[in-house]
Each structure stands twice: as C-alpha cells, then as structure tokens.
Design a protein around this ligand. Structure first.
Ligand code: GTP
Ligand code: SPV
Ligand code: MN
Length: 600
C-alpha cells in the first residue's frame, strides 16, 4: 500500500520504478521492525556480521573501490557552468541525466527498491527539510534510520502538496534471477560511479557507490550541496561544522560551531572531555550546521542529522571516551577489523590487537609490533554509524527546533607548520577571509586524493559547496551585514596539528583542546588576554593554560607568529588560491589580504 497521497511523490516513485525495474517496491516506515528486517537481509546475504560483544551491532566490509567519497566522480550539474564554479566538476545536466538514465535502466533487477521518507532536522521544525531517498541497498536503509529521522511522521508533515528533495540512489549492480550478493559488497566500478547534484531542480542522483556520503544522500548531498545552494537563495547558511556547548565553572554556557575539513577533528572536538577542572562540553552536532538569524539578531544553528558517521581509527577511551561509549550498542561498523571473540578493533583504539584479526579486506591479520610499514587492519576511513541520542555528552537541547545561539565560529585544518594554535579575527570580514584560506593536509576521507599534501579547503566546504565558491564567499560577506557585531559570533582559527621537525605533534590535542576553548570563551566575553598582530588577535603567552606534556619552548612556538611562513602563505593565496575565483572573488577579501600583507 502507498502510504501517501502526495501525487508528486507517487509519480516520481512510479517513474523510477519503471526505469530501474526492481522486483518490488517497499515504502519505509522507520520502525525498529523494519530496521531488524534490513539487518536480517544483509546478515542472511553474508554482507554483515553480528558483533557478539556489542548488542544490536554489525560489521560490514565494503569493496576496495568503495571506501570513501569519490570527489572526481561528484558533480554539480547546474544549468550554467559558471554556477558550479572552478572548484566543482560540472557536466551539462541534460547530458548527465542521459548518461545516468542508461545506467539506471534495469539497474535494480533482482533487488527491492526502498522508498525512504526522511527529515533533516527535527520532524516538523520550520528549519527542517524533507527528502525522499529511493535506494536498492538495505545497508543504506539501516544507516538512514540512524542518521536521519525516517518514517510515517515525515509523510504526515509532507502532506498531499508538500515539497521534498528527491534523492535517487542505486548501488549499480543488478542481480540475475536466483542470484544474491553472496557476501560481496555490491557497487559499480569507479568509472561508473556518479554522485550527481542538480541544484536548479534541487535533486540528487547517485549511482554505483554504497558508501557513506556517496549513498546516505541526506548528509553531504542534501544537507550540504543542495542545502548550500538553497541557503544562498534564502539568506541562511548550510555548513560543514560541528556544534558544541561549552560551560564554564560558573555555569555560564556558550555555543561554538567549527568548520574543519573531513577527518580533521570535528567529531572529536564536539565530544571533548575537558582536561581543565570545572569545564564541561556537550555535543549538539558533529558534522553539519544549518544557521539562520533569529529575530534577536543572533545566529541560531541546528544539527540536521540524528546520528554520527564517525571515523573509527584513532578513536579510543583516551582520545574520545564519549564516542567509545556511544558505539557500545546499536551501531553499524564499516571496514573496521574483527576480533576472534566478535568485537571490533582499529589502529589507535588504545590497545594491541587481541589475537588474530580479520582485517577490513576479510583476510587474517596478525599485528606485527616491529613493522611500522604493516598495512592497517582497519581502513583509514573506516567508520561507525551510531545514534546521537545515545551519546553520553549529547546536549539536552540538541533537537530544539529553534536551534542554539552561536557565539563563536572556528576554522581549522591539519597544518604541520605556519598556522598558530589559535588566533582571532578582527571583525566579520576578516573572519570570512580566514574561512576562505582554510587549508589542510589531505586525509583518507576521499578516495581519489593523495593523502599528506596540503590543499586549500575554504570553510571545509571545497567538496560540499553546491555552487560557485566565489559566490559562496560573497554570500558570507552579505550575511555579515544582516546583524551587528555585538550579537554576531566571533571568528577564530585553530590548529591542533603543528609538528616538530621530527614529525611529532607539538600539541597533545583532544581533551587539551579545552584549554583553547577556554580562551575563546573568555574572548567572547571580552576578557581573554590577547595581543593584536598582523594576522589578528593572538593569546599572550600566559593566556592559555599549558598542559604538563608541553614544554614552555614548544608552547612559545605554538603561540608565536611565524612571519616568514605567513608571508609565504599569503603569497600562495594571492598567486594560486584567489585567482581561481576570478571576478567572483569579493573585493572585501582582497582588501583583507592587502591589509594583512602590508602589516606583515
Ligand atoms: P569527518 O567525519 O570526515 O568530517 O571527520 P571529523 O572532522 O569529524 O574528524 P574526527 O574527529 O573523526 O577525527 C579524524 C581523525 O583525527 C581521527 O583519527 C582523530 O583521532 C584525529 N584527531 C581528532 N582530533 C585530534 C586532535 O586534537 N589532535 C590530533 N593529533 N588528532 C586528532
Ligand atoms: C566527510 O568526509 O566529511 C564525512 C564522511 O563526514 S562522508 O559522510 O562519507 O562524507
Ligand atoms: Mn564530515
């Protein structure tokens, strides 16, 4: 039975069914029974293993070609090429739809087509958006249950005439009759994968990948690429930012949003356990923030997601106990290693591998403690999918449809040199300048990039901005004119990733990042000690409590202005980075660059 009278939705589902030719169609209701049914299908198909040590938790191993986002197969197919801009892959939408239609034709043979009505943001909230994902992957259905709000309530809110964002997904592997996946993760070869966005008609077509942001279309595709284009038109912000609440020993709270590129520490900062006594951090979101001005002139943020799709390696009781507790149950693990007694293991989990493991490729793996070159047992981009509500540090108001008022916005990335531990912008436009020059060492979160080299990732949105990045900067400048500095968030640039010449971390990071949050908190109150430098306000040497593990000399290095490094940095912005945006680069950003260069 079709559980809606929304004719547009009914027609769309009919059309897709005719094109993809599944064996049957199932409308998802978001219930626990449905989740269990999805799990039964994947366990019976040998695609998932129940984990004896973790209630209601399962391990999946994907195909080696399908372990992360694929940026060179991701398209912004706006009608006009100049609307996609220099940082996105563009194909003419008519041509792309033709190509993809031929791939979609018959692509669901032998499979069930699931129709998933979902809400990004609390169901019925004025900020929330409704999407409907069609997929032939029960893995995707189960993940969407955790990451979004799925089910009948969404259709009620949608009503007969409501608008939704159509999100079409197929793993791109039809089955012959009587065949099943037989333990093999279904996907299409790399050159047949397409993660396509049509910002003009606000729709998403994804083909050939079953992994993460390529397939869970509410996340990067809807909540960032499509939503950012919508946000530009409607005057709000859809950002790749965590949201946290920080409370000082006097019980006063502030909210902080932070944009760091993929695998650069958002989940960890959002769940931080402070090492300074009396301070508390609570989690509102770990990856995406939608922000709008309230009638009081303050910027309010909601987390549109309902779960965390977090990086597993490096997650331990030391680095992120809140994440470790969150994933004790009801969690899907993808591409981590399996222990003999039915638990998970990964590099940086905090203890040696207990016995022989099965690695993410499904092969036996014995830890070689001497050999540093050993291939990892867990894929570097292996992840957990886990419900936000069971995180011990979740803020009680994380589902408040009104959002939380943002006091500070942080930018950051992995920068082994040049960028100090923290500095603050002089004003809004200087903050936008900071966001525009964010750079980071490339991580394993994208399949087709060379890990280790530094690339510019403005606002951590390079892979996620659904329109011209120059227009995006201009949008940020414009948003800054809509309120006044006393009500607006202050901007900071942080860098947890400075290294010594020997390649060791200069800063311990994780819980000790609370020391930097404390200074940021104080700066928002206008009390933190700072000096003005050409790059902005920097903490005085005594303004940040030094962790025991950091020498006075290292602390000085972390907090000092590297003039020569910055001159090189800005020269690179001037000659390599900014020219990409041509006449679309706002003059305000050039003015910032001129100013800082002159003062250096
Ligand atoms: P996405 O989910 O891809 O957007 O990543 P993310 O930004 O949420 O990054 P996450 O918090 O998952 O961290 C990624 C990796 O960086 C993990 O291996 C962490 O252990 C490591 N990491 C996080 N915070 C710190 C830190 O303060 N210092 C150091 N050295 N490593 C960190
Ligand atoms: C990221 O790469 O920023 C992620 C993981 O959060 S994914 O959802 O796969 O995009
Ligand atoms: Mn992310």
């Amino acid at each position: 039975m079709i559980p809606t009278n929304n004719q547009k939705l009914i027609n769309w589902v009919k059309d897709i069914q005719a094109m993809c030719a599944p064996d049957s169609v199932v409308w998802c209701d978001g219930t626990k029974a449905e989740y269990d049914q999805m799990i039964k299908i994947v366990v019976d198909g040998k695609l998932a293993k129940p984990l004896k040590k973790r209630p209601n938790s399962y391990l999946f191993r994907s195909d080696a070609s399908d372990v992360a986002r694929v940026e060179n197969r991701t398209y912004i197919a706006s009608k006009r090429k100049e609307d996609a801009g220099p940082t996105n892959n563009w194909v003419d939408p008519i041509e792309l739809k033709e190509t993809m239609k031929s791939l979609y034709t018959g692509c669901m043979k032998g499979r069930v087509m699931y129709v998933i009505p979902f809400s990004m943001g609390p169901i019925g909230s004025p900020i929330a958006k409704i999407g409907v994902e069609i997929t032939d992957s029960p893995y995707v259905v189960a993940n969407m249950h955790i990451m979004t709000r799925v089910g009948g309530r969404v259709l009620e809110v949608l009503g007969d005439k409501g608008e939704f964002i159509p999100c079409l997904h197929s793993v791109g592997k039809p089955l012959l009759s009587c065949q099943d996946d037989n333990g093999q993760w279904p996907c299409a070869p790399l050159d047949k994968k397409y993660i396509s966005h049509f910002p003009d008609d606000r729709s998403i077509w994804s083909y050939g990948s079953g992994y993460g942001g390529n397939a869970l279309l509410g996340k990067k595709c809807l909540a960032l690429r499509i939503a950012s284009a919508q946000a530009k038109d409607e005057g709000w912000l859809a950002e790749h930012m965590l949201i946290l609440k920080v409370t000082n020993p006097e019980g006063k709270s502030k909210y902080i949003a932070a944009a760091f590129p993929s695998a650069c520490g958002k989940t960890n900062l959002a769940m931080l356990v402070p090492t300074i006594p009396g301070w508390k951090v609570e989690t509102v979101g770990d990856d995406i923030a939608w922000m709008k001005y309230g009638s009081d002139g303050k910027l309010y943020a909601i987390n549109p997601e309902a779960g965390f799709f977090g990086v597993a390696p490096g997650t331990s009781m030391d680095s992120n106990p809140n994440a470790m507790h969150t994933i004790e149950k009801n969690t899907i693990f993808t591409n981590v290693a399996l222990t003999e007694d039915g638990d998970v293991w990964w590099e940086g989990i905090g203890y040696d591998a207990p016995g022989t493991l099965i690695d993410w490729n499904g092969k036996e793996w014995i830890q070689d403690k001497e050999n540093k070159g050993q291939k990892p047992a867990a894929h570097p981009n292996s992840r957990f999918t886990t419900p936000a509500a069971q995180c011990p540090s979740i803020a009680s108001n994380f589902e408040d449809p009104a959002g939380v008022p943002i006091d500070a916005i942080l930018f950051g990335g992995r920068r082994p040199s040049t960028i100090p531990l923290v500095h603050q912008s002089r004003n809004w436009n200087h903050g936008v300048f900071m966001g525009s020059i964010v750079g980071s060492e490339i991580t394993a979160a994208a399949l087709d990039l060379k890990a280790g080299t530094i690339r510019r990732d403005p606002f951590a949105m390079l892979p996620f901005c659904g329109y011209h990045m120059g227009d995006y900067f201009a949008h940020w400048i414009k948003v800054g004119t809509k309120s006044t500095p006393d009500k607006q968030p202050k901007f900071f640039f942080v860098n947890w990733f400075r290294k010594t010449k020997e390649g060791k971390w200069l800063w311990p990071g994780y819980g000790d990042n609370s020391r930097v949050l404390k200074w940021i908190f104080e700066r928002c109150d206008g009390v933190g000690k700072a000096v003005e430098t050409p790059i902005g306000f920097m903490p005085t040497l005594d303004a940040i409590d030094r962790p025991e593990s950091v020498s006075a000399q290292d602390m000085q290095e972390l907090l000092s202005l590297d003039k020569d490094g910055w001159k090189k940095e800005l020269a690179d912005v001037r000659s390599e980075h900014y020219p990409k945006f041509g006449s679309k680069l706002p003059k305000e950003l050039h003015a910032q660059l001129d100013d800082i260069e002159k003062n250096l």
